[in-house]
Design a protein around this ligand. Structure first.
Ligand SMILES: Nc1ncnc2c1ncn2[C@@H]1O[C@H](COP(=O)(O)OP(=O)(O)OP(=O)(O)O)[C@@H](O)[C@H]1O
Ligand SMILES: [Mg+2]
Length: 260
């Protein structure tokens, strides 16, 4: 019996104002995979995550989740940590999370009161424990370190208990030591919650260390007279069987070479 993929991307292209950004992207990802994504700046990595979230729709092609074409709007089964994250500065850590939960439920319930609000608070406190921010729950975002702010961003995404977690360079701004802590935290959450993860990073060592699969986005075709004539696609799709891999010495050769 073959297992159907969690995410199936078929012949997806994305154009902005008729400029091709992504071209004919094909990808099947099984449940529980941790896909790390690398590629040159501006090649469409964030766009690809926005397509997986349904924040953008493909110009052509389809994306399926569990065999169903994605709905046209974000749904709670997909969570994202954006490249640039902003919290509400006048709300504490805990209030930021409760507000996020209220937004999610408010489409059906309106603002949360009484039992619903207590339930939401319990869920928030549980998530704060998981992510190691419980002690800091009454602080304001400006009082948090960079690592703690990223924890808050991840907590916000986890609150919806997503099956698919999308991370857009979540640790780019963090010091190496704190990055290390965040790697351990993320790998722990990934195993505990059995999520399927897509994570964009500019750090090839991070991509090798965290992923079970490395996806490289690049252009196959170049027109020197018109650099925006063609979009990017997945040019390398490497299985990374072992955790805590080190990149091979020629890892940087991955960029700029088309797939075989
Ligand atoms: N809403 C939009 N309208 C028009 N063009 C857009 C829009 N969003 C992105 N683009 C363009 O699409 C291209 C890909 O952008 P994207 O943000 O996906 O790149 P990226 O690979 O994530 O880059 P980086 O590594 O710098 O984050 C860029 O040329 C960008 O200018
Ligand atoms: Mg980006």
């Amino acid at each position: 019996m073959s297992i159907s993929p969690k995410i199936s991307v078929s012949a997806v292209s994305k154009h902005y104002d008729s400029v091709p950004i992504l071209e004919r992207v094909n990808l099947d990802v099984e449940t529980g995979n941790f896909c790390t994504i690398v590629g040159a700046s501006g090649c469409g990595k964030s766009t690809f995550l926005r397509l997986l979230l349904s924040q953008e729709l493909p110009t052509r092609g389809t994306i399926e989740l569990d065999g169903q074409v994605l709905p046209d709007e974000p749904t709670p089964n997909r969570g994202i940590v954006f490249q640039r994250y902003s919290t509400f500065p006048h709300l504490s850590v805990e209030e930021n999370l409760i507000l996020g939960d209220e937004f999610e439920q408010s489409r059906t319930l309106g603002r949360l009161f009484g039992n619903a609000r207590n339930k939401s608070r319990e869920k928030v406190q549980d998530t704060l424990q998981k992510i190691g921010l419980y002690e800091a729950r009454n602080k304001y975002p400006s009082q948090l370190s960079g690592g703690m702010q990223q924890r808050l961003a991840i907590a916000q995404a986890l609150l919806k208990e997503p099956e698919v977690l999308l991370l857009d360079e979540p640790f780019g701004a963090l010091d190496p030591g704190i990055r290390q802590d965040m790697h351990e935290l993320l790998l722990g959450l990934w195993e505990e919650l059995s999520m399927t993860i897509f994570m964009v990073t500019h750090d090839i060592a991070e991509a090798f260390k965290l992923g079970t699969r490395l996806l490289v986005f690049d252009k196959i075709r170049h027109d020197p007279d018109e650099p925006s004539a063609f979009g990017a696609t997945i040019t390398y799709d490497l299985p990374l069987a072992e955790k805590h891999n080190q990149p091979p010495p020629d890892a940087h050769d991955l960029f700029g070479k088309p797939a075989k």
